[in-house]
Every structure is written in structure tokens, then in C-alpha cells.
Design a protein around this ligand. Structure first.
Ligand code: ATP
Ligand code: MG
Length: 354
């Protein structure tokens, strides 16, 4: 039987990005060995602040072209806080990648693997389990390239909510809810009591909800949702929201299950997808081999699950099951969670549990 080959663009990026990304490639290569019928063709490309410093372009054309022609992109992290463009703007090629590949949906699964990792009381393994879907190309981050006039007496940002992006991201949220074993409920997180842009978001959400009569739909104000996340996270199955609300809530949600090192993500479009941990380049711990690779590994599993291929879906389940087994032992942790394993030792544990 001929093997189906998936071309994967690997972008390590900056800080701890390459450290965790290389570990996920090692994990995926082991999964590939154990799966019949699939091959992964990993192609490494330069990107990020380091690449900007070397060649003047944080997202070289050749890298972008490779991302376009691959089945998926596996990305570590990009950006460094103290290096900026001459005009003072942040170097954020991950945002350019999202916008240019039209990756409208930021999918962030939040799952508690061990009660030892949550600051909440009385929540055990699997008892915090929801998906946050964030619109990733517009919302309050629209027009982020505008430069502030130094003489300005006031400043504005625009919340752009388009019908097209809203329909797409809401449909994605309902499709995810439909596939999950949970309540099949999608909660719109908005501020429709104050912002007309959010009234529009709600209107489009309600229209899309009609297409999914098998799913429940509800509305929660963003401020109330912050309280619910801490007091009653079980009320959520799939949450969908605009760009900045999603940015803030996803860090809060990550904090419920062990922090940034435990939070995977996928940026999904109709014909492309980028899988990366929710965290950034964490320059404070870069180069020390102590970054938690779990968020990256869970992102790699999301990638396999996203491929329309039964073998890859088995591979995703293998990774998930191995991580579940390893994390059931609370002593197996990297320093961010109070343990002493290195990045590669943590991965070795997962490889053994595969
Ligand atoms: P971004 O602007 O890209 O969101 P950020 O400034 O919010 O980045 P992160 O890089 O996401 O910052 O991380 C914040 C802090 O969390 C880091 O400085 C680091 O101490 C810790 N951290 C993040 N990811 C990990 C990880 N994988 N393992 C261990 N610690 C991590
Ligand atoms: Mg952040």
C-alpha cells in the first residue's frame, strides 16, 4: 500500500520556539514509525525576529510560499520583546501569517490532565474541558499597523466585525461542538449590552446557530465569562469570541490548567492551518532546555487530527493518550509546574508512553 505523505512546514522561530518545535518533530517522527500508511515530510524554514536581524525580513517570501504549499504549518513561537521595527512596532510575523493565510479561527482547547495542575479547588482530571475559539484576523486588533502620531491628544482603535469572518468563525465553533463528546453547546462571549459591533456579532452568531439545530447556543457577556471561567468552568463546552476578548480569556483559561506551557492552539482557515502553542517565545527561559513542551505536543496532535486522514487521527489519539498517562503522575513536570524534568526528558517520557 502506498503511503499518504503530508508536507509539514516547520517554523521554529524565536526564543523557546525552536526548542519545543524540534521536540514535537521528534515525537511526530516516532508516531509516523508506528502508523501504517502515512509519511511526514518535514521542511524547516527560517522565520521570526532572528530572521529579521539576519536578512531584514521576519517572514521571507520563500517561507510564506512554503507555508502556502504545505499541508500544515508547525510553528514554535515568534517575536522578542526588545527587538522592534525602526518605527517602534512589534515584529509579529505570526499575525501576518494569520492574515495572509486567512486563518480566521484561533482554536484553543483547554483541558485539565491532573488536579495537581489547577489553582481551582475540587476539579479533577478531565473536569475542565472546553474549547475557546477566537476570531483571529479582525476585531479590536484590526488596523494594528497604524502608528501613533506623537502629537496626538487622543487615540482610537477600531473594532471591525465583518459578516464574512464572523460567519466563518461561528461555523467553525459549531462544527467543533458537533464533533465533541460534550454538551454540544456554543457560548458566544460578547459585550452586546455596550458595543454595537458586538450587537452585530450576536446577530450573525444567532443566524449561524440556526444551521446547527443539534447544538445548543447561548450568550455570555465577556465580564461574566471571566467570572464563570474561575467559578464554574464546567458550564462551557465551546466558546466563541472576537480577537482581543479571545486573547485575554485564553491566557486566563490556560491558567486554569497549568499555565501557558499546557495550552495548545491551531489557527484554522479554509485551506491552511498553523499549529503552535498559545505561549510566546518566553525569552526569560530560552536556551536553558527547561521549556514545557506539552503545549507544542498537544498542538502537533491537533494538526494530526485536523488532517483529513484516519491514520493521522489515530496518531493524534496516540499522542493525547501518552500525554494523559505521563501527566497522571504529578511528579513528571517541567520547572514551570514545579518539576525538574528538562524539555527533552519530558518528551522522552511521552515517547515511552506512546
Ligand atoms: P506573546 O506576546 O507572544 O503572547 P508573552 O509576552 O505573553 O508572549 P509568553 O512568551 O507567552 O509571553 O510567556 C510568558 C511567560 O510564561 C514566559 O516568560 C515564561 O516564563 C512562561 N512560559 C511561557 N511558555 C512557557 C513554556 N512552554 N514553558 C515554561 N514556561 C513558559
Ligand atoms: Mg501573551
Amino acid at each position: 500500500m502506498s503511503k499518504r505523505t503530508f508536507k509539514i512546514a516547520v517554523l521554529g522561530g524565536d526564543g523557546i520556539g525552536p526548542e519545543v518545535c524540534d521536540e514535537s518533530v521528534r515525537l511526530l517522527q516516532e508516531v509516523e514509525r508506528r502508523l501504517a500508511g502515512v509519511a511526514f515530510d518535514f521542511q524547516h524554514h527560517s522565520v521570526g525576529v532572528g530572521e529579521y536581524q539576519r536578512n531584514g525580513n521576519a517572514l521571507p517570501d520563500s517561507t510564506f510560499a512554503a507555508c502556502q504549499s504545505s499541508d500544515a504549518v508547525l510553528l514554535g513561537a515568534m517575536g522578542l520583546p526588545n527587538v522592534r521595527y525602526p518605527n517602534g512596532k512589534e515584529i509579529a510575523p505570526q499575525l501576518d501569517l494569520r492574515e495572509r493565510l486567512k486563518l480566521y479561527g484561533g482554536v484553543r482547547p483547554i483541558r485539565l490532565f491532573n488536579e495537581a495542575d489547577t489553582p481551582l479547588k475540587n476539579f479533577g482530571a478531565g473536569e475542565i474541558d472546553f474549547v475557546l475559539v477566537r476570531e483571529s484576523t479582525e476585531g479590536l486588533f484590526y488596523g494594528r499597523d497604524a502608528v501613533l502620531d506623537p502629537d496626538a491628544d487622543e487615540a482610537f482603535n477600531t473594532m471591525r466585525i465583518s459578516r464574512e469572518c464572523t460567519e466563518q468563525v461561528c461555523r467553525l465553533a459549531f462544527q467543533i461542538a458537533r464533533q465533541r463528546d460534550g454538551m454540544k453547546k456554543v457560548s458566544l462571549i460578547d459585550k452586546a449590552n455596550v458595543l454595537s459591533s458586538m450587537v452585530f456579532f450576536r446577530k450573525v452568531f444567532d443566524e449561524v446557530a440556526q444551521e446547527f439545530p443539534d447544538c445548543e447556543a447561548d450568550h455570555v457577556y465577556v465580564d461574566a465569562s471571566a467570572l464563570f471561567l474561575v467559578r464554574d468552568p464546567k458550564r462551557f463546552d465551546v466558546m466563541v469570541t472576537e480577537n482581543m476578548f479571545g486573547d485575554i480569556l485564553s491566557d486566563l483559561a490556560a491558567g486554569l490548567v497549568g499555565g501557558m506551557g499546557m495550552a495548545p492552539s491551531g489557527d484554522i482557515g479554509d485551506s491552511a492551518a498553523v499549529f503552535q502553542p498559545s505561549h510566546g517565545s518566553a525569552p526569560d527561559i530560552a536556551g536553558r532546555g527547561i521549556a514545557n513542551p506539552i503545549a507544542m505536543h498537544l498542538s502537533a496532535a491537533m494538526m494530526l487530527d485536523w488532517f483529513d486522514d484516519d491514520n493521522c487521527k489515530v496518531g493524534a489519539k496516540m499522542i493525547h493518550a501518552a500525554i494523559t498517562r505521563v501527566l497522571a503522575d504529578a511528579s513528571k513536570r517541567t520547572p514551570d509546574l514545579g518539576g525538574s524534568l528538562s524539555t527533552s526528558e519530558m518528551t522522552d517520557e511521552i515517547l515511552q508512553a506512546l
